[in-house]
Design a protein around this ligand. Structure first.
Ligand SMILES: *Cc1c(COP(=O)(O)O)cnc(C)c1O
Length: 458
């Protein structure tokens, strides 16, 4: 399997060469030269690790010992059950696919746990090390830390805004005692943390000398890992054809569904659910892609985005895999903050790719959490509620609807209390989470201090 850039200007590369990289050198994103087709009958009855190996080996054909890496990753003791992503039926034809039973109780664990094991393997084989530098306001940072803790050759430097995360999220990250995990609490807001990461990355000499890398959502291994549970959910439903509703932010999760569909999985609809940050919903309704100047802070915070980093991969396909065309659209995006495909023949092909969309507000989330609880005695988190709300709007008779559950409600207790007047359940391993000793360093908003910290940590 070879990978090419969405902007069409890079020589094809193998998977293990793009694994540790971010953007392609021409500024595009790596995508497979061709999406592999899969024979459904061969995958049907497989347990999760074997299913994952079959799907992933199509994309990662140059990783030695991939079967072992996959078996070590998708284990019942890490993901809570041998199904890994259990399907919960609320009523016939209406299901939740549980993606948030990993170590940090959000779906990002499914991809990041694999990434941690892949990184360790490929770095070890090459005799290299990596310092992962990132900024987080919650979910991604903790999933990355739980994936990389104790891994040989890897250190994590994760910036978070000092005293601005929920007590649960803070405890989840700061209670890690592994020496290779560095929690840096920056005196500032999340944007300050992101600015610091950018500033350090802009120093090319420092970056090269300290082998600075990232684990962001454009990494192809993350996309590929997410393709697997669309197959799992489909088979568990027992249906011939299904629709998936996906709470979306950076377009990583639902793009994986689109890849599964392109591989031959019978997905009738991919229902994209946004919150008040509705840049993607606007595109799928109108053909206009307008980057937002300001991100709204919502009660489904992991979907708060101004633009969607994986979207370029979908557009690449939509314009017939014409890299020059993508390059031109993104030049326009940089210049005008938007591009408009509403009058182009490309936009008319969107329907054929299975996408429909919608968005929700805080009031919708509260109402959805309430109604799902009263009808089915099931508590869903606010992100999942966005997906359920929009999913039900687009539900078709006779087509089973599978809503992806992207986080457990315990992570967003405040919203659950507002909706239901009660506390969400807490898995027993997390009973004393906030009382565990915490390990973190408070830092000023100063790139010089951050660089000194990273160099001293060697
Ligand atoms: C990251 C995240 C999302 C959004 O997923 P994308 O892949 O960025 O579209 C939705 N819900 C939760 C809980 C998340 O952590």
């Amino acid at each position: 399997m070879l990978y090419v850039s969405t902007r069409g200007n890079c020589p094809p590369r193998r998977f293990s060469d793009i694994l540790l990289e971010g953007l392609a050198p021409d500024g595009g994103l790596y995508v497979p030269e061709e999406i592999p087709k899969i024979r459904l009958e061969e995958l049907k009855a497989l347990p999760y690790p074997e299913l994952a190996f079959k799907v992933l080996s199509a994309f990662m054909d140059d990783v030695p010992g991939l079967d072992d890496i996959v078996a070590r990753t998708y284990r019942a003791d890490i993901f809570g059950s041998p199904e890994i992503t259990p399907l919960k039926t609320l009523e016939p034809g209406f299901h939740l696919l549980g993606l948030s039973n990993g170590p940090t109780l959000a779906f990002k664990d499914l991809a990041l746990q694999l990434l941690g094991n892949l990184f360790e393997e490929v770095l070890g084989e090459r005799g290299q090390t990596l310092n992962i530098l990132g900024a987080t306001s919650g979910d991604t940072g903790s999933a990355a830390e739980y994936a990389m803790r104790g891994k040989r050759g890897i250190r994590v430097f994760m910036l978070s805004p000092h005293q601005r995360m929920s007590p649960f999220q803070r405890a989840q990250m700061y209670s890690l005692q592994d020496p290779n995990i560095h929690n840096l609490a920056v005196r500032g807001v999340f944007d300050d943390c992101q600015d610091l990461v950018k500033e350090v990355n802009a120093d090319a000499a420092f970056k090269a000398r300290n082998r600075i890398g990232a684990v962001n959502s454009i990494n192809w291994a993350r996309v590929a890992a997410q393709v697997v549970y669309y197959f799992k959910g489909y088979f568990a439903s027992g249906a011939k054809e299904v629709a998936f509703a996906v709470p979306s932010g950076n377009f990583g999760n639902i793009y994986a569904g689109y890849v599964a569909r392109s591989m031959g999985l019978p997905i009738r609809r991919l229902i994209l659910a946004a919150n008040e940050n509705d840049v993607l919903d606007e595109f799928f309704r109108t053909g206009r892609y307008r980057v937002r100047r300001k991100v709204l802070e919502t009660t489904s915070p992991s979907m708060d985005i101004s633009k969607a980093s994986n979207f370029e991969r979908y557009i690449f396909d939509l314009v017939g895999r014409d890299g020059a065309r993508v390059k031109e659209l993104w030049r326009r995006l940089e210049q005008d903050g938007e591009f408009d495909l509403s009058h182009s023949a490309y936009f008319r092909t969107v329907a054929g790719t299975g996408f429909v969309s919608g968005h929700s507000t805080h009031a919708d989330r509260i109402a959805t959490i309430k109604s799902i609880y009263s009808k089915y005695q099931t508590i869903i988190d606010p992100h999942t509620a966005d997906g359920v709300k929009v999913g039900l709007e687009h539900r078709e008779p006779l087509v089973p609807l599978i809503c992806l559950e992207t986080a457990l409600p315990v992570k967003f207790a405040q919203t659950i209390r507002q909706a239901l007047g009660r506390e969400p359940e807490r898995p027993s391993e997390f009973a004393d989470l906030e009382r565990r000793p915490q390990r973190f360093k408070v830092m000023p908003k100063d790139a010089g201090a951050l660089k000194r910290y990273i160099e001293a940590a060697r």
